[in-house]
Design a protein. Structure first.
Length: 173
């Protein structure tokens, strides 16, 4: 498996990965609360590729996972009591961490989080932050295993989708 920056040539495959994952989540336990056609969608991939902050995990040429690492926190991040006071130019924010349903429980999420942490250190980031839906216990356990600390529980304004509370996590590098 390799992890590399996504390109415009990956957009269609990323859109299919998002759709496959959302179809799977709709038929199983939907821990993140994602909804097909709402999030994640093609536009998330297009923006990540355009901004140069979307990375893909490939196995035998197939995209099996993806992560966006940028410096754009949600508005609710402003009220959190973060462990480190730093400008967001020195903080990675994880968005749209996805693993293809055929590769769930194969360690792909772990590899993407490891990649984020290693990249953060290499690029001189002071911390990595993220938000996760309170019912997404598998993701919460993964983040905590990597040393992310719960900082606050907030409303990200997604109540219309039944998603009222999100936990904010931080890992100081």
């Amino acid at each position: 498996m390799i992890i590399e920056k996504g390109t415009a040539a990956d957009i269609n495959e990323l859109e299919q990965l998002y759709n496959d994952l959302n179809d799977f989540l709709a038929s199983d336990i939907n821990h993140p609360g994602w909804i097909k056609g709402v999030y994640p969608v093609r536009e998330n991939a297009e923006k990540g590729v355009k901004e140069g902050n979307l990375y893909v995990a490939r196995c035998d040429g197939q995209i099996i996972g993806s992560i966006i690492l940028n410096h754009h926190p949600e508005e609710a991040y402003k009220i959190a009591p973060w462990g480190i006071d730093s400008d967001y130019s020195k903080i990675f924010v994880i968005h749209t961490l996805v693993v293809h349903p055929d590769f769930l429980k194969a360690g792909i999420g772990k590899k993407l989080i490891s990649f984020a942490c290693e990249s953060g250190k290499e690029q001189g980031m002071t911390a990595i932050r993220l938000d996760v839906y309170v019912n997404n216990i598998p993701a919460i356990k993964l983040y905590e295993k990597f040393g992310f600390k719960h900082v606050a529980t907030v409303d990200l304004g997604l109540g219309e989708y039944g998603l009222h509370k999100f936990q904010l996590y931080e890992k100081i590098l």
